[in-house]
Design a protein around this ligand. Structure first.
Ligand SMILES: [Zn+2]
Length: 291
């Protein structure tokens, strides 16, 4: 009997010891997840902002200007000439910010010599005729100080003193008539002796020269005062060699601008031909914005 009682007490003590190991107060209850549980937000936190539908990052606005045929205008930087036609003359100055573009219709600035139809076109693998489609398309390309045998102040190693502008369509194919207009108010200087050149001089002395217009059908006369936008003549191919013989060039307007120019602050300005390329780009962009 004593033995039975001792075993029973031992067994009871073991049960009490097990029970002592399960202190419910020391075990976190599942109902009390603690402050980090997202299901139990701190009421002092601000309400999360609903970002709504995802918006794409704004794309920087680029201006695309197209001409009457829907072609998007573009141009190669000033001074960046075709291969084999350098040196060129990098000048990004817009000399006359209000100048009107000298042709009424779309136009294409590019080389008459080093592209299709030019006598040096083969240097660049361009062996087509002047009416080749790519001659009548963008981008524009600068031709100021394009390589020539003659030198001048701005192109001392020999170069072309203006920029060349093809009309909207190739004249031999289309028979179109493309008008050149006065880029500013001014006076026309076109004596018969000038043969293939019409000059336009403004009150402040700026001088423009239009070459290769159809000289026997000008719509202005020597000494006439014209207003900006007034028709001067049609783009043609009139040209004469030094012997006075008529030798047709490609159908284009050769355009020149004379301004006071100083290459740097220390040098006195000279009145000479300047690169009108960026002035023409600026004028053309304004033209395309206001058809
Ligand atoms: Zn030219």
């Amino acid at each position: 009997m004593m033995e039975y009682a001792r075993k029973t007490i031992t067994a009871l003590m073991a049960i009490f010891a097990l029970a002592a190991c399960e202190q419910p107060g020391e075990t976190p209850t599942p109902m009390d997840p603690g402050p980090d549980n997202p299901a139990d937000p701190d009421p002092t936190d601000p309400e999360p902002i609903d970002p709504g539908p995802t918006e794409p990052d704004p794309i920087p606005e680029e201006e695309f200007l197209d001409d009457e045929e829907g072609r998007v205008f573009s141009y190669v930087p000033a001074g960046d000439l075709l291969p084999n036609s350098e040196p060129g003359h990098q000048d990004t100055t817009i000399y006359r910010p209000d100048m009107l573009f000298p042709l009424e219709d779309a136009a294409f600035l590019n080389s008459q010599v080093y592209r299709h139809g030019g006598y040096q076109g083969s240097l660049n693998g361009m062996n087509g005729g002047q009416c080749e489609t790519s001659n009548y398309d963008y981008p524009w390309q600068d031709t100021f100080c394009e390589s020539r045998s003659r030198s001048q102040i701005m192109c001392p190693t020999g170069g072309h003193e203006g920029v060349d502008i093809r009309p909207a369509t190739c004249i031999p194919e289309s028979g179109s008539q493309h008008w050149a207009v006065a880029v500013e108010d001014g006076r026309i200087v076109a004596p018969a002796s000038s043969k293939y050149t019409v000059r336009l001089q403004t009150d402040d002395g700026t001088l423009y020269r239009y070459l290769h217009l159809k000289m026997d059908a000008l719509s202005v006369s020597d000494g006439e005062f014209v207003t900006k936008g007034q028709r001067i003549g049609r783009v043609s191919n009139d040209f004469f060699n030094s012997s006075g013989e008529r030798v047709p060039t490609t159908y284009h307007l050769h355009f020149e601008m004379y301004q006071n120019y100083a290459p740097d602050a220390e040098t006195d300005p000279i009145f000479d031909q300047v690169n009108p390329y960026m002035t023409l780009v600026s004028a053309y962009e304004r033209k395309l914005r206001t058809p």
